[in-house]
Design a protein around this ligand. Sequence first.
Ligand SMILES: [Zn+2]
Ligand SMILES: [Zn+2]
Length: 224
Amino acid sequence: MKTCLICSKDIANASSLEFILSFKRFNESAACRECFSQFTLLEGKKICTTCSKITASIECSDCKSWNDGLINQSMFQYNAMMRAFFKSYKFQGDYALRLVFRERFVNFIKNSIKENEQIVPIPIDEDTMKARGFNQVTGLIEGLDFLNVLSNQRTENSKHQFQRNREERLAHVNTFKAIDNHAIDGQNVLLVDDIYTTGTTIRQAADVLKKQGVRTVRSITLCR
Ligand SMILES: [Zn+2]
Ligand SMILES: [Zn+2]
């Protein structure tokens, strides 16, 4: 019997036809309807055309101040339910939770990716990898082909980015490094990350890739 990975209730107790059909489409779904309905899909919402943030205007204030045209697509809003999800998935290290989104997120990427694009996931640093045991981003896109061409050299010194303002964050040392220059030279890259918050992480990774000869960079994240 299948149980919800979030609330542990029996998924098979679902009664509505719509629910049963939706689970046929996503046969790997691992969350019950009640839990899943607390995540907010961005599709159909008024969002920034550049970064997918929920906003009343065509372009949000974040993108206006970045003013670099970097396109980011996201699937869900980073709301309270999503915050709780990532607390369990990342910080309590429950790898099984990737299954709540994996199939949907993989389909979202497949629907968006262009033929000439290569997927590059945002890497985590070695200390985090040792503590957590997995990269939460590659867990979410398991089954897709991607290039491991970045490493994350983050150290204790650089761990408190959120305490810096935007200029400090950008000026601050970029912790990403390219580890396979030949694989990405002349390519179009689709960066994939779990959460787009300030946009700094994506831009730091994009910066490194462009210096290695990558032609274009855009990004997809699970949440915005
Ligand atoms: Zn549930
Ligand atoms: Zn925006």
